[in-house]
Design a protein around this ligand. Structure first.
Ligand SMILES: [Zn+2]
Length: 258
């Protein structure tokens, strides 16, 4: 039986890969049991597109922000632009924002100069944040300690030890297609022991499909594989219950009803 009440807290449906099929794909997601989608910006143009997309569908919401790899090229006045976008209808979070130290030419200070003011902005506006954290766990933890706001680490894949640190701080973890791959041992161990109240579902689509759909652009209905994997890992909950709990968590986190 198909799973219903799926919620996808981090997506990029404005990406060009969906092309002229975007509308059809979005309506198919809704028909397949996906009741809520958050489309995330990663710079100012994509934040604007997210707000626009959310204005067209009653099951889509937006988050706006500048993510670390766009931090080097932000135009003057970027923070005011994000503040204005954040106050548009159906904007439910600041994100994706964060730190990404994977490239050799990383300039951590430049990234922090864009990340930290957006955490402050979220605090000022009373919005939660969706965080992109790539090999930067210590600095993300420190930033959240300095500016405590409701947060979700999206596409969490930092291992058991950091997972424990984040959940100790009450930070939500975005669990998605990565958990269906053979290298997800630590993620499975974490999902097994973490408080289920901190679990959120996401695909980060189109970037990473579940293992079964490898090579295809991801879509939110692939969350069915994710909730089945989570239920199997935990053993104390059905896949449908995982979807229901994650939906309740998402509604509480974003202060909306799907
Ligand atoms: Zn993303």
């Amino acid at each position: 039986m198909a799973i219903t009440h799926l919620t996808d807290l981090h997506t990029h449906y404005d990406e060009s890969v969906y092309g002229s099929r975007r509308k059809q794909i979005l309506l198919e997601q809704h028909a397949a049991g996906v009741c809520g989608i958050v489309n995330s910006g990663s710079d100012i143009p994509s934040s604007r597109r997210s707000v626009e997309l959310a204005s067209k569908y009653d099951f889509i919401w937006a988050s706006v922000g500048v993510f670390p790899l766009s931090a080097y090229t932000v135009p003057g006045g970027w923070l005011d632009a994000i503040r204005k976008l954040a106050q548009q209808p159906r904007v439910v979070a600041i994100g994706e924002i964060g730190l990404d130290y994977r490239l050799p030419e990383t300039d951590a200070e430049k990234q922090k100069a864009v990340f930290h003011p957006q955490l402050e902005l979220a605090r000022e506006l009373g919005l939660p944040v969706i965080i992109h954290d790539c090999l930067a766990d210590e600095d993300v933890l420190a930033a959240l300690q300095n500016c405590p706001v409701p947060a979700m680490i999206h596409r969490f894949f930092s291992g058991l030890a950091y997972g424990r640190k984040f959940v100790e701080m009450g930070v939500h973890l975005g669990i998605g297609p990565a958990i269906t791959y053979p290298d997800a041992g630590e993620l499975i161990a974490l999902v097994k022991e973490m408080p289920i109240e901190l679990l959120l579902l996401e695909t980060d689509c189109p970037f990473l499909p579940t293992l079964r759909f490898e090579g295809k652009p991801a879509t939110s209905d692939m969350l069915e594989d994710v909730v089945r994997t989570i239920a199997l890992a935990r053993g104390d909950i059905t896949p449908q219950e995982v979807a229901e709990v994650a939906k309740q968590n998402a509604e509480r986190f974003l202060s909306i009803q799907f």
